[in-house]
Design a protein around this ligand. Structure first.
Ligand SMILES: Cc1cc2nc3c(=O)[nH]c(=O)nc-3n(C[C@H](O)[C@H](O)[C@H](O)COP(=O)(O)OP(=O)(O)OC[C@H]3O[C@@H](n4cnc5c(N)ncnc54)[C@H](O)[C@@H]3O)c2cc1C
Length: 459
């Protein structure tokens, strides 16, 4: 039977609050179709909007029974929460909640709650957790896929904060995933949580704001702007800063052309965790290069990503190109700047793109437990953002991105890794290491989702 023919059956079993949109010419359908990126955007036969855990469970049971492929959408920025007419989207935006349990030091997240909403709510309670650098990113998806945080060296990765979950399985059951009930599954969803079931609730650890190293719940954020032709001397100074673990520096070194002037520039978006008064000392050598602009001040942790708000806009062709690296290769980064210049000359609509190197001077904090997350040895990333508007340039812009990633990672396959929240393109062994960890994940996948209801990854 076709999906359309099966939908009345679903409508008859879910609650009256659960909307099912099927008319692709309808305004609401189109509103829910708007995504962070239009790359590979597909139109499903239906968008299901559950409002309760029971609706979610019924929808999964119905889809599995009728062999209807589906994807789960939380925040919707990834390229993996879209599906064509062969399937449906289970959109969790009408089923969203944040419940803080101050006594337990945890917060329970449901549905599509956004990272910024979580950060603000926690800060109101004098708390924080390991959130990332994108206000509009769905917090649950972020945590499940590892979660590279703005405070990884202090609190660890996002997935290190996961305490427990509730999950609808491929068999349609609702399970409590805790250390006591399903320790193996908990191990797996801490970093590979998008491949085993639909997480209806995720409980993560929170920390007093004092964990940030000051009493005001702030970190220092600043930016340094240089003309791009000074890239070599800036890189030499940055290499020393990035390797100096005496100071808790972190951030992005970005090759871009910021508005309104659109001059090719090198911008260091810098952070410092600890006492903000110490930040100027940590970045002294950068100040001494006399940037065109140098500013910095303390920022409440929940507002740290506000300066990147424009990047969260929906629409256009956007994609991250990410690779985890062992060191910072200055010569390679200078070559990347040449690729960026060539790309923008050939594809002027890609002017919003930024080819970035991301660093943390300190290693990620390692949790006391083992998990699927495999990136505690990585503190350097090439983290490109491509952003363009002309469909004719789709392949070309991707090629420049791929060339720059290739030059940064070099020829030695053992010296770089992939990040599960960034890419699903390369061999899976680059995301989950060592081989024993990947084997354990594959075994668990066979146990919990042998038919690949929640993607065929790990099968
Ligand atoms: C502007 C921007 C900034 C970013 N910054 C960071 C960062 O600092 N650190 C970082 O780690 N990542 C970052 N990301 C990447 C982001 O974490 C990933 O795209 C992540 O997958 C987003 O999760 P989501 O649920 O919002 O996205 P979606 O596209 O809705 O979902 C992503 C994947 O998770 C699955 N999924 C979603 N919800 C559930 C659920 N409840 N149960 C099971 N599976 C589910 C989806 O099916 C899909 O496969 C950023 C992305 C953007 C666009």
């Amino acid at each position: 039977m076709s999906i359309t023919a099966e939908i009345p059956l679903l409508k008859a079993t879910v609650s009256s609050g659960c909307n099912i949109l099927t008319d692709q010419y309808d305004g609401a359908f189109n509103e829910y179709m708007r995504r962070w990126s239009d790359i590979d955007k597909k139109t499903p036969t239906a968008i299901v909007l559950p409002t309760s855990e029971q609706d979610i469970q019924i929808t999964v049971q119905w889809a599995v029974k009728s062999s209807i492929p589906f994807v789960i959408k939380s925040g919707g920025p990834s390229e993996w929460s879209t599906i064509g007419t062969n399937g449906i989207i289970i959109d969790l935006s009408q089923y969203s909640a944040i419940q803080v349990n101050k006594e337990a030091g945890t917060v329970t997240l449901k549905g599509s709650v956004l990272s910024k909403e979580v950060a603000v709510r926690l800060a109101d309670e004098g708390l924080c957790t390991a959130l990332g650098n994108g206000n509009t990113v769905g917090a649950v998806g972020y945590f499940l896929g590892g979660g590279a945080s703005i405070v990884t060296s202090v609190l660890g990765y996002g997935s290190d904060q996961i305490v427990s979950a509730r999950m609808v399985t491929a068999g349609g059951d609702l399970v409590n995933v805790t250390q006591e009930t399903h320790p193996d599954l908990l191990w797996a969803i801490r970093g590979a949580g998008q491949y085993f079931g639909l997480i209806t609730e995720l409980t993560v650890e929170c920390h007093p704001l004092l964990a940030l190293g000051n009493k005001r719940g702030v970190i220092w954020a600043g930016s340094f702007l240089f003309p791009l032709d000074r890239i070599r001397e800036v890189c030499s100074v940055m290499k020393v800063i990035m390797d100096d673990s005496r100071h808790a520096t972190a951030g992005l070194m970005m090759i871009m052309a910021p508005p309104p002037a659109r001059n090719p520039s090198l911008i260091i978006a810098a952070r410092y965790t600890g006492d903000p008064q110490d930040a100027p000392k940590a970045y002294r050598n950068l100040y001494e290069l006399e940037p065109i602009v140098a500013n910095g001040s303390e920022v409440p942790i929940q507002n740290t990503s506000d300066g990147r708000e424009a990047i969260g806009a929906k629409g256009d062709f956007k994609r991250f190109g990410i690779v985890g690296l062992q060191d910072f290769n200055e010569d390679a980064f200078v070559q990347v700047a040449d690729f960026w210049k060539e790309m923008v000359a050939e594809c002027p609509d890609a002017i919003n793109s930024a080819f970035n190197f991301q660093w943390d001077s300190r290693a990620p904090k390692t949790p006391k437990f083992d998990s699927a997350m495999s990136l505690h040895d990585t503190r350097y990333w090439q983290n490109n953002l491509i952003w363009h508007t002309d469909p004719k340039h789709r392949a070309k812009v991707d090629q420049y991105n791929e060339r720059s990633i290739a030059i940064m990672r070099g020829p030695d396959e053992t010296s770089y890794v992939d990040f599960q929240n960034g890419t699903r393109a390369g061999p899976i062994k680059r995301r989950y290491r060592p081989a024993g960890k990947l084997a354990r994940l594959k075994k668990l996948k066979k146990e919990w989702d042998p038919e690949g209801v929640f993607t065929d990854h790990l099968l």
